[in-house]
Design a protein around this ligand. Structure first.
Ligand code: ADP
Ligand code: MG
Length: 245
């Protein structure tokens, strides 16, 4: 498999405090990397740095062999190539599902409206939401909103999809419907970097697990090794805190 993303010695500071400390991570095409770690350890910051939402202090983010240079002209291009889905959906409240989905492809990628709509309807159908194309976000459940947010990101045909705790705000009965969409994307060979606290899902979907603590990658490995034979005390303790589930 070819490398698509290479994070090289990435260091990020807020107020002179390093929240990411010399992070190195490589993601191959078609690979699903799942990142776990305690709250505040730097998971969201890492995703935001990958996507140039945050300036970095040191190191490089290399996308398909090219160093991402977050100067103005390139920012849009980076965000076309790297899709991101957040915990809180971030759908436009005054636009319908269909309008939400075609906005960026039509505006940024200059795709014809008719074509974008056709693509959007096909994607909505795949996540069981074609009947909701004219609904507004407020008329949808959390699980439906999140499925729309995922297919909206897919409209740009990104090379990588970053998912940041996309089920964290959902009622438990809606978590499954969203995670099933992600599992299907993995089966299709989508490249994804996923931050989650859903450990059973993580184990099922990951090609590789990464544990971050205190802004550093403490341990990584295959899902089986990671969950069955954690090497560090810190990971063992972290995994133990989920064992009641
Ligand atoms: P996680 O997603 O793993 O819970 P974050 O990446 O959100 O953690 O945060 C990592 C650390 O950076 C935390 O200590 C957090 O308080 C700090 N942090 C995050 N965003 C900012 C910001 N905009 N300004 C200052 N500190 C921040
Ligand atoms: Mg976070």
């Amino acid at each position: 498999m070819d490398e698509i993303l290479n994070i090289n010695n990435l260091t990020k500071a807020y107020d002179d405090i390093n929240v990411l400390d010399h992070v190195n991570l490589t993601v191959k095409k078609g690979e699903v990397v799942v990142i776990v770690g305690p709250s505040g350890c730097g998971k969201s910051t890492l995703l935001r740095c990958i996507n140039s939402f945050e300036p970095i202090r040191e190191g490089k983010v290399i996308l398909d062999g090219e160093t991402i240079n977050p100067c103005k002209g390139k920012l849009n291009e980076v965000r076309e190539r790297i899709g991101m889905v957040f915990q809180n959906y971030e759908l436009f409240p005054h636009k319908t599902v269909l309008q939400n989905m075609i906005l960026a492809p039509v505006k940024v990628k200059k795709i014809k409206k008719k074509e974008a709509e056709k693509e959007a309807l096909a994607l909505l159908d795949r996540v069981g939401l074609s009947g909701k194309k004219n609904s507004y976000p407020r008329q949808l459940s959390g699980g439906q909103k999140q499925r729309v947010a995922i297919v909206r990101a897919l409209m740009m045909n990104p090379e990588i999809l970053l998912l940041d705790e996309i089920t964290a705000a959902l009622d438990p009965e809606m978590v499954r419907e969203v995670l099933d969409v992600v599992i299907n994307l993995a089966k299709e060979g989508r490249t994804m970097v996923i931050v989650t606290h859903e450990m059973a899902f993580a184990r099922a979907v990951a090609d590789r697990m990464v544990f971050i603590d205190g802004g550093r990658i403490v341990e990584e490995g295959t899902p089986d090794d990671f969950f069955e034979n954690p090497k560090t005390e810190r990971l063992r303790k972290f995994l133990d805190s989920f064992s009641y589930q």
